[in-house]
Design a protein around this ligand. Structure first.
Ligand code: ADP
Length: 498
């Protein structure tokens, strides 16, 4: 099989040697239907293993388990410091098994094992550690009301920050472990119970994480992991006994989630697509801006919702700069994720390969010119050449739509005036980059950009403490930082007449 030929740890080989099950109510179980589905190695297209195909009946079981754990305990009776200790333990266990998680992620997703370990696993552990700390720091306020229309009245009021309840969390395939951490850590810190549905393309690290929750001693039913396809996600989003759904994925599916959630008006948070502008002024430090602007769309093979895929470059340096970015891109080392020297791995699936290459064909048919790249790389595995497109127009699909591959469209601009309008000319508003040595201009432009994250003289700058989320059709709500606690708590005001 794909795995036997690779140099993976025995623990990884063993993990994928049998059919993977669902985690429901603290038990590993088959799907009610008994069905399974395969997950593939994107570097070869070969099957890694079979995974339980969860569907509506399994969703019912998982929601019932999460409801029991929430209402009857023990999760509802667990103290903040116990939650803190348990969540912290997940961060520790992740670091102890960093290599195993990284290899499994590289195998299932295609990303470089070095990145998987240095970024994905390290960051996921940090997210659990960070939110472990929050568990003991979620506090309400005391308020002294004046109630002026009842003279002489004396009141005392305070707020309680309570968990929302049973949370469904649906995640994508681009950062499988990190996305699981984004969702689980704040929800658990705030005292919720969870049903996590990993993406069908990359279910494995979430399942391995499920083992850590059992090992760490989380009570049964607090974390349920349900592998399956969009129909399982849809059943979760529509379920009447789910109090909140958190989703990361495409804007198209995000709209379906909103629709499905209407029945019981469950709370919804969404982190969706992007077509982010990365703006380079002529006065920028080009030695930093060239690799920075290349990595803005090359990182994770372009499979980042924040990818800086519209590269705005000031006219006077346009030629030189785009050549520089193209040269950088043409030199990245393409290869399988399990090779630690790989910089650009395969896309996640045959479907994504077809999608990205069809955008490239369309862009070139529309008149765009590739300074480098332009199509598939090799003829096995799902590899795409890093591609820099110039001679683009605003109406081209390569400029308007999220491609989710290593492709950038470079657009010249002549002045700061009008630039923000061009950068904001998208239905999305997730992120933006600004490269300049003029500090006033950096802040001026940052203020005008309609996006949830703006990076100045850097790109992809993330930290667990910094809130993240989208303007416009890039989403609802903010994850990470203190803001994620807001997503997973609701406020109760208690008013006392003295
Ligand atoms: P991408 O475009 O990144 O593949 P999708 O938005 O299609 O992302 O999928 C992200 C997650 O949403 C996956 O876990 C997928 O199974 C799930 N999903 C797909 N369709 C639906 C749906 N209609 N309702 C709920 N979840 C869905």
């Amino acid at each position: 099989t794909a795995v036997a030929e690779q140099t993976v740890r025995p623990a990884v080989r063993e993990f994928v040697s049998g059919t993977k099950q669902l985690l429901i109510g603290g038990q590993w179980v088959n799907a009610a239907s008994g069905r399974t589905f395969p997950t593939f190695d994107p570097a070869t297209g070969e099957k890694i293993t079979e995974v339980a195909h969860g569907a509506a009946e399994d969703v019912d079981r998982a929601v019932a388990a999460a409801r029991r754990a929430f209402e009857d305990g023990p999760w509802s009776r667990t103290t903040p410091s116990e939650r803190q200790r348990l969540i912290w333990r997940i961060g520790d266990l992740l670091l102890e098994r960093a290599e195993q998680f990284a290899q499994l992620e590289a195998l299932d997703n295609g990303k470089s094992v070095a990145v998987a370990q240095g970024v994905d696993v390290a960051w996921a552990a940090d997210i659990f550690h960070y939110y472990a700390g929050w568990a003991t720091k979620i506090e309400g306020r005391t308020i002294t009301p004046s109630v002026p229309w009842i003279p002489g009245s004396q009141w005392h009021a305070y707020t309680l920050r309570e968990p929302v309840g049973v949370c469904a969390q649906i995640i994508p395939w681009n950062f499988p472990l990190v996305m699981a951490a984004f969702k689980l850590a704040p929800a658990l810190a705030a005292g919720n119970t969870v049903i996590l549905k990993p993406a069908e393309q990359t279910p494995l690290t979430a399942l391995l994480l499920g083992e850590l929750f059992c090992e760490a001693g989380f009570p049964d039913g607090v974390v349920n992991i349900l592998t399956g396809f969009g129909d399982a996600g849809a059943a979760l989003a529509a379920h009447d006994d789910v109090d909140k759904v958190a989703f990361t994925g495409s804007t198209e599916v995000g709209k379906k989630i909103v629709d499905a959630a209407k029945g019981n008006l469950k709370k919804v948070s969404l982190e969706l697509g992007g077509k982010s502008p990365n703006i380079v002024f002529a006065d920028a430090d080009l030695e930093a801006a060239i690799p920075g602007s290349a990595n803005a769309w090359l990182f994770n093979h372009g499979q980042c919702c924040v990818a800086g895929t519209r590269l705005f470059v000031e006219e006077s340096i346009f030629e030189e700069f785009t050549q520089g970015v193209a040269e950088f891109a043409s030199q990245v080392k393409i290869g399988p994720g399990l090779d630690p020297t790989t910089q650009l791995g395969p896309l996640v699936s045959q479907e994504q390969l077809d999608r990205v290459t069809s955008y490239l064909r369309q862009g070139i048919a529309d008149g765009a010119r590739a300074l480098t790249g332009g199509g598939r790389h090799g003829d096995s595995g799902y590899y795409v050449e890093p591609t820099v497109l110039v001679d683009v127009r605003d109406d081209m699909s390569v400029v308007r739509e999220e491609i989710f591959g290593p492709v950038v469209a470079a657009i010249p601009f002549s002045a700061e005036e009008g630039l923000a309008a061009a950068a904001n000319n998208t239905e999305y508003g997730l992120a933006a980059g600004i490269w300049t040595r003029d500090i006033s201009r950096a802040h001026r432009v940052a203020k005008q950009i309609k996006a949830g994250s703006v990076w100045v003289n850097c790109y992809n700058g993330f930290d667990t403490a910094i809130p993240f989320g989208g303007y416009k059709q890039s989403g609802w709500g903010r994850e990470l930082g203190a803001e994620a606690i807001d997503l997973y708590t609701q406020t109760k005001a208690v008013n006392v007449a003295l």
